[in-house]
Ligand binder design. Structure first.
Ligand code: AMP
Ligand code: ZN
Length: 116
C-alpha cells in the first residue's frame, strides 16, 4: 500500500506521535484533535474500511477493541470515551486505512449526531 498515509506512518516514512505499537497494531495522536484526547488505533495490515473486513480478521479486530479501553486509560480517559469508525463515503471516511478514533477528555462530549 504504497501511497496510503497510515501505511507510511507504520513504515516510519511520515512522523506521528505514537502511543502504542505491537506486532499487529499502532496507535498515534490524531493530527487534528477534536477533543483533549484524540488518537487513532490502526491495524498494521492494510484494510481499507470496516466494510472490507473478512472472517480472517476477527482476531485482529477483537485485539483492537480489547486494546481501546487500555490505551484510553493510558491517555487519561478514566471516566469514559467515544469510539468512532467512519466507513466509506456516507460515513465520511477520509483516510482509507481502517482506524478507530478514540476521543475523550474530562468533559462530556457533545451529542454525536444532531437531529435537524
Ligand atoms: P476519517 O474521516 O475517519 O478517515 O479520519 C481520518 C483522520 O486521520 C482525521 O481525524 C485526520 O485528522 C487524521 N489524520 C490524517 N492524517 C494524519 C496524520 N498524518 N497523522 C495523524 N492523524 C492524521
Ligand atoms: Zn494503509
Amino acid at each position: 500500500m504504497e501511497n496510503c498515509i497510515f501505511c507510511k506512518i507504520i513504515r516510519g516514512e511520515i512522523p506521528a506521535t505514537k502511543i502504542h505499537e505491537d506486532e499487529d497494531t499502532l496507535a498515534f495522536l490524531d493530527i487534528h484533535p477534536v477533543a483533549p484526547v484524540h488518537f487513532l488505533l490502526i491495524p498494521k495490515l492494510h484494510i481499507a474500511t470496516l466494510g472490507d473486513v473478512d472472517v480472517q480478521h476477527q482476531q485482529l479486530l477483537g485485539k483492537m477493541l480489547w486494546l481501546v479501553p487500555r490505551l484510553a486509560a493510558s491517555q487519561g480517559c478514566t471516566d469514559g470515551f467515544r469510539t468512532i469508525i467512519n466507513t466509506g463515503r456516507v460515513g465520511g471516511q477520509e483516510v482509507f486505512h481502517l482506524h478507530i478514533h478514540v476521543i475523550g477528555g474530562k468533559d462530556r462530549l457533545p451529542a454525536m449526531i444532531h437531529h435537524g
